[in-house]
Ligand binder design. Structure first.
Ligand code: SF4
Length: 359
């Protein structure tokens, strides 16, 4: 599964599910969005295993995406989850900070876990490189590529003009003869980066008429957080427990995949967030309680104002709305690299893609 195939499913509701297997991580990156330490929280493997046992209760997700913290601190769990996901017909992706690349050989339990991974993504940035040498990360990726595994790099910089991005992407392209896809991302002011990275200023409160629809493509894949709570997006604030009622889909100790999937697909507010985005909803349907003071900040307050869901219910129930929802998801699938890559680096996500996937 090439990176582009994975990104193509991201705007499709319930086409994937994230599992955050642990908040623990052996690295201490200064920009860590999850604020991970080796002492961070980790919950029972059965929470995740039992949930994946329920994938066949409904059409399964196309992709099960395993993340952390560092998911490969639990290699046996990764392996067992992979078996279950594949048995249900899903494919499995995993992202790692590459702590194990410091060893000369991939440790046997991790090697076994990787046999269940259809797409392996490695993080690389100045913070990771201070702890795991770039040459070691590239050595492991080369080994996996040679074995025929689909791999990619997630490279993070401060902004499009960060000289690190130019330098590292040039080296990676040269080393891999343009075969290794690279997703370039920007450090956000979340987790540990909140202490040193300035957040963009909240936009000034402007007249409601000036808010245009701006769909949220992140409110699509259910996200099983560390303790089994299932939320509707991967905003780090939401994962960390700031979960407004409309973004809580349930808990894997009580709810199976069929229930979570149904809630993800049928919630009036979630469907509207995917089509219109929170600022438009607050400005158009709100009574002023959910003021427009930032994209996700506005979303957090949408369920404080019951008039929004009330007014939206007949709108979202119109027979043509499913067609509009499908069209929005399809529009987001086109121009994928512009949407997910940072500026001029977007096309690097296409490297190594079969021609049909890249077009
Ligand atoms: S707008 Fe809402 S659903 Fe979308 S990412 Fe932000 S908090 Fe999550």
């Amino acid at each position: 599964m090439h990176l582009v195939d994975l990104l193509a499913q991201r705007p499709v509701p319930a086409a994937g599910v994230y599992l955050s297997l642990t908040r623990r991580c052996p690295l201490t990156c200064a920009h860590c969005s999850t604020n991970s330490l080796m002492t961070s929280e980790e919950h029972s493997a059965d929470l995740f295993l039992n949930f994946l046992d329920s994938l066949s209760t409904a059409p399964p997700p196309q992709i099960v995406y395993l993340t952390g913290g560092e998911a490969l601190l639990r290699p046996d769990l990764v392996y067992q989850l992979g078996l279950r996901a594949h048995a249900a017909g899903a494919r499995v992706a995993l992202i790692s900070g590459m702590f194990f690349a410091r060893q000369a050989e991939i440790p046997a339990p991790i090697r076994r876990a990787l046999t269940q991974i259809d797409h392996f993504a490695a993080s690389l940035d100045v913070f990771h490189e201070a702890q795991v040498a770039r040459s070691h990360v590239l050595r492991v990726l080369a080994e996996l590529l040679d074995q025929g595994k689909d791999v990619s790099l997630q490279v993070t910089g401060l902004d499009e003009d960060d000289p690190y991005l130019a330098e590292v992407t040039t080296e990676v392209c040269r080393t891999f003869d343009d075969r290794l896809p690279i997703l370039v991302a920007k450090v956000g002011p979340v987790g540990r980066a909140r202490q040193w990275l300035q957040a963009d200023e909240a936009p000034p409160h402007v007249h409601p008429d000036s808010f245009l629809a701006d769909p949220c493509a992140m409110a699509t894949w259910p996200n099983v957080t560390y303790d089994g709570t299932v939320v509707a997006c991967c905003s780090q604030d939401v994962v960390d427990g700031r979960v407004p009622p409309h973004l809580r889909l349930g808990h894997v100790a009580e709810d199976d995949w069929a229930t979570i999937r149904q809630r993800c697909l049928s919630s009036t507010l979630l469907r509207a967030i995917r089509v219109y985005g929170p600022p438009y909803l607050a400005a158009t349907y709100g009574s002023g309680k959910a003021s427009c003071d930032g994209y996700c900040a506005t979303c957090f307050k949408l369920s404080d104002d019951p008039s929004i869901e009330e007014a939206l219910t007949p709108v979202m129930a119109t027979p043509g709305m499913p067609v509009v929802e499908a069209a929005v998801a399809q529009m987001q699938q086109t121009g994928l690299v512009q949407r997910y890559g940072v500026g001029k680096y977007g096309p690097l996500a296409l490297l190594g893609a079969p021609l049909a996937a890249a077009s």
